[in-house]
Design a protein around this ligand. Structure first.
Ligand SMILES: Cc1cc2nc3c(=O)[nH]c(=O)nc-3n(C[C@H](O)[C@H](O)[C@H](O)COP(=O)(O)OP(=O)(O)OC[C@H]3O[C@@H](n4cnc5c(N)ncnc54)[C@H](O)[C@@H]3O)c2cc1C
Ligand code: FES
Length: 409
């Protein structure tokens, strides 16, 4: 009898433990690149649930108030955003971005752009850190006109540029300029994971462009398994080698190897298309498998022709196919047909040049907001863009026509 009681007790304990694990990890999972979905009762790199175990999110735009503006560096500022309705804020996976829509005087409708969340998950606010782009519509508006108390519409956190839990490989985070923003958030998370060594290679022009220096240094002191290698490509007289920065030469796979000798690591890259394309090619040449390379693109000027040729030479199937003749794009709902006479232009760019408005947000194949049904014809990915297209639909922001096409728009 006593023995049976003991067995029952042990079984109850096991049930309690299992239930506790289930409750703790009731969350929205970030799909990863097919490496399995292993759940364990241990702290998580990705934990979207709030302290009560709820993972509330929303769809469509939601009003947020600008609570703070902080100058971070030359032409870079952070906005601290809180929901206007005062309701709880869902967390996010470090590395994700939000869509921000702003009403700009003179623009017929709200203008949307994506910004990576640069603060630690589980905060009362979302922080975005925005660099002014020369002539930029939204970044210029944010810098010049969006003051504390201003309202913006925010689309819920999204994106797959997040840490993978299933890997215990050393992490190499490579940031070019403002591309450091998703890593600011990732490093906050990694500071709680002594098992996960990480090195941030942070390349900026000089000390005036560098952001969050104090908080990053404080983080490294608190979490010695994290390292930062700072590269100033155009140091000024006031910038001191060894004190302010570690190197002034362009970042290459060889330079990374000097710090992480085996390259047996997981790589995250965020910066200009030219920088990330060049480094990805070098890492591939050095034997790093595609599986361990993650890239986030912020958009910007198209990739230089030289880099495109280089990509093609290496047999990359996503390299651009040449267009024989100027293909036609027909928008079936409006019945409009336009000719695409710029081989490097995306469908979205061609549409805009002809005054046709299409839905878009990230403009870099990341968010899916622009997806349209492809009724006929063939498209390819634009040069240097990572956005995917399939047979039945395409992402006009990163797709270009290879033949005459008809889109359901
Ligand atoms: C997933 C994602 C995350 C992003 N996160 C951040 C972030 O954390 N911080 C941030 O500052 N930006 C970020 N961006 C870029 C941001 O969304 C805008 O593209 C950027 O602010 C420029 O918008 P704009 O309206 O000012 O410029 P636009 O009016 O759209 O463009 C004006 C001119 O600038 C060029 N241009 C556009 N975008 C860029 C760019 N990114 N770099 C260089 N030239 C450009 C255009 O080709 C054009 O010639 C992110 C983009 C994506 C897709
Ligand atoms: S606008 Fe985001 S995928 Fe095209």
């Amino acid at each position: 009898m006593q023995f049976a009681g003991l067995i029952l007790g042990i079984l109850s304990l096991i049930q309690l433990w299992t239930a506790a694990c289930r409750g703790r990890y009731r969350e929205r999972r970030i799909p990863t690149s097919g490496k399995g979905d292993q759940r364990h009762c241990r702290p998580r790199l990705i934990e979207l649930a709030d302290s009560e175990g709820n993972s509330r999110t929303w769809s469509g735009p939601r009003s947020f108030v600008v609570r703070r503006r902080v100058e971070e560096a030359d032409q870079v500022l952070s906005l601290y955003l809180e929901p206007q309705d005062g309701k709880p804020l869902p967390s996010f996976a470090a590395g994700q971005f939000i869509g921000v829509a702003v009403n700009i005087p003179g623009q017929p409708s709200p203008v949307k752009r994506c910004y990576s969340l640069s603060n630690a998950p589980h905060s009362r606010y979302y922080r975005i850190t925005v660099k002014r782009v020369s002539g930029g519509l939204v970044s210029g508006f944010i810098h010049d006109q969006l003051l504390v108390g201003g309202i913006v519409q925010v689309h819920a956190p999204a994106g797959q540029f997040v840490l993978t839990e299933e890997s215990s490989r050393e992490l190499v985070l490579i940031a070019g300029g403002i591309g450091v923003t998703p890593f600011l958030s990732m490093l906050e998370v990694l500071a709680k994971f002594p098992g996960r060594r990480a090195t941030l290679f942070y390349s900026v022009r000089n000390g005036r462009d560098r952001i969050q220096r104090d908080s990053l240094e404080e983080l490294m002191a608190r979490a010695p398994w994290l390292r930062i290698v700072t590269i100033y490509t155009q140091p000024e007289d006031t910038d001191i080698l060894g004190l302010d920065y570690n190197d002034s030469t362009r970042l290459t796979a060889e330079a990374i190897r000097n710090v992480v000798p085996e390259l047996d690591a997981e790589f995250y890259l965020c910066g200009s298309v030219a920088m990330t394309t060049s480094l990805v090619n070098q890492l591939r040449d050095a034997g790093v498998s595609e599986e361990w390379i993650h890239v986030e693109g912020f958009g910007g000027p198209p990739q230089p022709r030289k880099a495109i040729r280089e990509e093609k030479r290496q047999g990359d199937s996503s390299a651009p196919e040449p267009i024989a003749a100027a293909p036609k794009i027909t928008f079936s709902k409006s019945g409009t047909t336009v000719t695409c006479d710029q081989p490097a232009a995306s469908i979205l760019e061609v549409a805009e040049q002809h005054g046709i408005e299409l839905e878009s947000m990230c403009r870099s194949g990341n968010c899916g907001a622009c997806r349209l049904a492809l009724l006929s014809g063939r498209v390819a990915g634009c040069a240097g863009q990572m956005g995917a297209v399939d047979g039945d639909s395409c992402l006009p922001c990163v797709a270009r026509p290879v033949t005459d096409i008809v889109l359901h728009a």
